[in-house]
Design a protein around this ligand. Structure first.
Ligand SMILES: NC(=O)c1ccc[n+]([C@@H]2O[C@H](COP(=O)([O-])OP(=O)(O)OC[C@H]3O[C@@H](n4cnc5c(N)ncnc54)[C@H](OP(=O)(O)O)[C@@H]3O)[C@@H](O)[C@H]2O)c1
Length: 332
């Protein structure tokens, strides 16, 4: 059960943005379950984070078939938490999952064929115990499967009632554009596009953000903190409980270079002057663009999540601050 009554839950400072041209609103901060929710992780911490998020207006939880480890276990754990903590709140939740990365052996457990997507969503529904996902994504573009096949499979998933909306993730801009048009012609418009965007990775500024906006598609960001690099986590070495120190973590110690750390230190100083933590600054910087519907943050503790939600107190930047940030990033 949630501890906070609804009248407080939705008056805790969270704001909601319409997703592209759709009628669906998403919280500006969503919670991702890629790391820290698998079988190897602490279940009570995972439960506390979901409860805290929900109690503070985070209505959107982002999953994928392969989140864990082992793959699938984040969906299983989320299903358990849902059935105990949030069982009376399904209609207040937007739950997404994805298929497209390697999930099971053989030629059908990966990529974007009709066979693979159909089998995967059925498995994901079973693991979570859900009747439907709110959003179902093609997790990446499959260069071997015709785009028409992948899009038709996604549209059929919606028609079958297994998902309410469709999303695409990490498609190259020209493929995303084609896919938006195919989905439009199938009368199942793409709801949302999901991509990596943070101060260290600005590729979406070149085309993807504008492309989504021009097609009435929402844009949701993953890894806004560069997996923890854009926080105070690594300022004094590599903590033993950090993502970089864990063998299952996707952040590698080789990515934490002296140059990056020098940059992070300068950004940290700027954050301090704004009265924010570096994590808050990094999330605020992503949210400065009104075309960004929502930011999916990851967290390994309730404290981190609590800190990250504070960003909503100040997402505005002066032109001079933005110039300083560009200067710091450019210099490193
Ligand atoms: N579509 C895709 O292909 C794709 C790919 C990647 C991610 N995603 C989605 O995006 C979500 C977020 O990605 P991400 O986990 O890489 O996001 P992130 O927010 O960039 O990184 C999260 C990590 O940053 C650290 N952190 C978070 N808040 C902190 C704070 N206040 N202070 C200090 N450290 C803090 C934690 O690291 P420690 O664990 O070290 O504490 C946490 O695990 C995923 O869960 C997933 O749902 C999608």
């Amino acid at each position: 059960m949630s501890y906070i009554p609804a009248e407080h839950r939705y008056n805790n400072g969270m704001s909601y943005h319409y997703c592209g041209n759709s009628g669906l609103q998403l919280p500006r901060i969503s919670l991702g379950l890629w790391h820290n929710f698998g079988e190897i992780d602490d279940f009570s911490t995972a439960t506390e984070m979901i409860r805290y998020a929900f109690d503070h207006g985070v209505t959107h939880f982002d999953l994928a078939n392969n989140y864990g480890p082992p793959p699938g276990s984040a969906e299983t754990n989320f299903g358990k938490i849902l059935s105990t903590e949030l069982k009376n709140h399904r209609d207040e939740l937007i739950i997404s999952s994805k298929a497209g990365h390697e999930m099971w052996p053989g030629p059908y457990g990966d990529w974007g064929s009709r066979k693979s997507l159909t089998a995967s969503i059925d498995q994901s529904l079973k693991r979570t115990g859900l009747e439907y996902f709110d959003i179902f994504y093609s997790h990446r573009h499959d260069p071997r499967t015709p785009l028409e096949e992948t899009m038709q499979a996604l549209a059929d998933i919606v028609r079958q009632g297994k998902a309410l909306y469709i999303g695409l993730s990490k498609y190259p801009p020209e493929k995303a554009q084609e896919a938006y048009q195919i989905l439009q012609s199938l009368h199942v418009p793409c709801l949302i596009y999901q991509d990596k965007y943070n101060m260290f990775h600005r590729d979406p500024e070149k085309a993807s953000i504008a492309l989504a906006a021009n097609h009435g598609v929402g844009f949701i960001v993953f890894s806004p903190l560069a997996q923890g690099l854009l926080t105070n986590r690594y300022l004094h070495g590599i903590p033993t409980d950090s993502r970089a120190a864990k063998p299952s973590g996707f952040l590698k110690t080789s990515q934490i270079t002296q140059n990056k750390l020098a940059c992070v230190n300068c950004l940290n100083e700027l954050a301090r002057k704004r009265g924010q933590t570096l994590a808050e600054l990094a999330i605020a910087w992503v949210l400065r663009d009104e075309r960004i519907t929502s930011v999916i943050v990851g967290s390994s503790s309730v404290k981190q999540l609590e800190d990250n939600l504070k960003v909503l107190n100040n997402t505005a930047f002066t032109a001079d601050e933005l110039k300083q940030i560009d200067g710091i990033l450019g210099a490193h």
